[in-house]
Write a protein that binds this ligand. Structure first.
Ligand code: C2O
Ligand code: CU
Ligand code: CU
Length: 458
């Protein structure tokens, strides 16, 4: 809401620790999962203070699951929180009963078995809770993790791996003086989304990572509620986009910066090979425009890389990656108007086709096996909405108005697409899983406010 934002600046400017003295934490990788607990945890995140958070492991966040295409995933999930929660596997195309729909809650002290076959191409997916009205709070307080799918096709590319392949989840948070996380969005923040004044990577405030003179592969997830990042390197170097959301690009795309909205992922290669030892390079956020008055007005650093080890690297950026079959022949087109209703300040301001979420209503019915185009129409809006569809992957077909183009980081299988003010973005989707799913804005305060609808595939 342009007219409601104070002076066209970030509602909560980034002002945290800029010493970059904390070693980047890397959540453990799990290749044969068996159980997971959502629970209260202790961690040291801010100012060296040990404090209480929630997580899926001993600290903030959850482990990184790394599974092969075709593998079976089977975990016993236990809810040891004081409120209901569940897990949504964002980017995975799995049966509706396993998707973590807001209907499917796991009550305190109860368990649920998430069991499915990983049946999709290599990509960077993630997981987080999905209780309607509480998603923003639970994710911000610590519940999120990576779910990486690997395949033999991807392995054959010999991309940087092991310690040269690092998942990075970027999140902004605010803290109380006892170092616990502050989450109580004001009405203004329900409009813009929750903004934090500290930028954390992998649950680490002001982080650094020592790197060698090599190529690195970073899988970057914007796990923030609302903040959009315009990622760039402080040395001005280009980097290569090789993947996005749940799949890879056909060929690497060299970029100087890229926008990443909440829920989106990007898989990038960064070249440190010719950098002099002891050079510091920052991953930073550059200012940007066109995303409403609450976003992009401030430049800040996200994390520091210290090039401190000489190694020889023979890696060459491949000229092609994978082949990507283009979806075509849509048999139905749907359009979704993204609007803001100032009459509903106390809840339900953000609407899709004039509606807010109702658990008991099916908004759209789709024939199983069919291909459709869905258009997200933000042409009258003044806030950005990263739109996410469950149970499918899609391809971006067009963007008209605003940026008027399909971006390099959108030329892969996607599940979340940023629809800026004045834009209409059309995606093509094939619906292969039967059942009831949701689609929504991944600005978590917009989602919790009701910017979400149900669709049923049958
Ligand atoms: Cu990552 Cu329905 O969300
Ligand atoms: Cu999802
Ligand atoms: Cu939104």
């Amino acid at each position: 809401m342009g007219n409601m934002n104070m002076g066209g600046s970030d509602p909560v400017p980034v002002s945290g620790d800029t010493t970059f003295k904390n070693a980047l934490k890397i959540p453990e990788t799990i290749t044969s999962p068996s159980n997971m607990i959502a629970q209260a945890v202790q961690d040291t995140v801010m100012d060296g203070k040990n404090a209480k958070y929630i997580g899926y492991r001993s600290g903030l966040l959850g482990p990184t699951f790394r599974l092969q295409k075709g593998a079976n995933f089977n975990i016993k999930f236990s809810n040891q929180l004081a409120e209901h929660t569940n897990i949504h596997w964002h980017g995975l195309v799995i049966p509706a009963e396993m998707d973590g729909h807001p209907d499917q809650m796991v009550m305190p002290n109860e368990n649920f078995n998430y069991q499915f076959t990983v049946n999709q191409q290599a990509g960077t997916n993630w997981y987080h809770p999905h209780p309607h009205g509480l998603t923003g709070k639970q994710v911000t307080q610590g519940l999120a993790g990576f779910f990486i799918v690997e395949s033999s096709e991807e392995k054959a590319l010999n991309l940087p791996n092991g310690s040269y392949e690092v998942p990075l989840v970027i999140q902004d948070k605010r803290f109380n003086t006892d170092a616990t996380i502050k989450y109580s969005p004001t009405m203004m923040e329900i409009m813009s989304g929750y903004m934090g004044d500290n930028i954390l990577v992998n649950g680490t405030a002001s982080p650094y990572l020592n790197v060698s003179t090599r190529f690195y592969r970073f899988r970057v997830l914007n796990g923030s509620s609302a903040r959009i990042y315009n990622l760039a390197l402080s040395n001005g170097a280009n980097f290569y986009v090789i993947g996005a959301d749940s799949g890879m690009l056909e060929k690497p795309e060299s970029v100087n910066s890229l926008l990443l909205a909440s829920g989106e992922r990007v898989d990038i290669l960064v070249d440190f090979t010719n950098i002099a030892l002891n050079t510091e390079v920052y991953l930073e956020n550059k200012t940007f425009t066109g995303m409403g008055t609450a976003q992009g007005t401030q430049a800040f650093k996200v994390m520091k890389f210290i090039v401190n080890k000489q190694e020889t690297d023979t890696f060459k950026v491949p000229s092609s990656l994978i082949s990507l079959a283009k979806l075509s022949n849509a048999t139905k087109n749907r359009s979704f108007a993204l609007t803001m209703d100032m009459a509903n300040m106390s809840g339900g301001m953000h609407k899709i086709n004039g509606k807010i979420y109702s658990a008991t209503r099916i908004d759209e019915t789709v024939a199983v096996g069919s291909t459709e185009t869905w258009e997200f129409d933000n042409s009258t809006g003044d806030e950005p909405h990263p739109m996410h569809i469950h149970g499918v992957q899609f391809q971006v077909v067009s963007r008209t108005g605003g940026r008027n183009t399909i971006l390099p980081q959108e030329k892969a299988w996607k599940d979340t697409v940023l629809v800026a003010p004045t834009e209409k973005v059309k995606v093509i989707v094939k619906f292969e899983q039967k059942g009831k799913f949701v689609f929504h804005c991944h600005n978590l305060e917009h989602e919790d406010d009701g910017m979400m609808l149900n669709f049923e595939v049958k």
